[in-house]
Design a binder for this molecule. Structure first.
Ligand SMILES: [Zn+2]
Ligand SMILES: [Zn+2]
Length: 138
C-alpha cells in the first residue's frame, strides 16, 4: 500500500498514483467547472481574483493549472505571473513547462525512440563521454 499526503488537504491517503485524495478530487471536479467558467467570462483574471470571486482555494487553482486542465492568461498571454516553466522559469499559462521546453523534451524522447536501442547506461565498460550535443546542429 502506498500512503501519501494529499497535496490539497494534507490528509494521508492510499494512493494508486494520484497526488490528491478522492474527496479532494471529487470536489476539485466541481471547482474546476466553477473556475473554468469564471476564467471563460473573465479572460484576464489573475489567480488571486479568481480565487476570491469563485471561493475556490488558490492551491486548487494552481493544481488545476499545473495539471494542464486550466489555462489562465493575462493581457500579455502569460499566466498572470503565477505560473512558471519548471525548466527555464519563463512565465507560462498552463501545465509545467513552456512550449519550447516541451518541444525539446518531445524531441529528445523521439530521438531515443528513433535510434531504436536504449542507451547502454548499465554497461560501465562503455566509457564513451556523453554525446548528443554535437548532433543537434546538423
Ligand atoms: Zn485531500
Ligand atoms: Zn521553458
Amino acid at each position: 500500500m502506498n500512503i501519501i499526503q494529499c497535496s490539497i488537504c494534507k490528509k494521508p491517503f492510499h494512493s494508486i498514483g494520484a497526488k490528491v485524495c478522492n474527496e479532494c478530487l471529487q470536489k476539485m471536479d466541481q471547482d474546476f467547472i466553477t473556475v473554468r467558467d469564471y476564467i471563460y467570462e473573465n479572460k484576464h483574471a489573475d489567480i488571486d481574483k479568481a480565487s476570491e470571486e469563485t471561493g475556490v482555494s488558490k492551491k486548487v487553482i494552481m493544481y488545476l493549472l499545473k495539471d494542464g486542465r486550466l489555462i489562465i492568461e493575462d493581457s500579455e498571454g502569460g499566466g498572470g505571473g503565477m505560473l512558471f516553466c519548471e525548466v527555464c522559469r519563463k512565465p507560462i499559462n498552463t501545465g509545467r513547462m513552456c512550449k519550447d521546453c516541451k518541444d525539446k523534451v518531445a524531441n529528445t524522447m523521439q530521438k531515443s525512440i528513433s535510434t531504436g536501442k536504449p542507451q547502454q547506461a548499465a554497461s560501465s565498460k562503455d566509457s564513451t563521454p556523453l554525446r548528443g550535443t554535437a548532433k543537434l546542429n546538423k
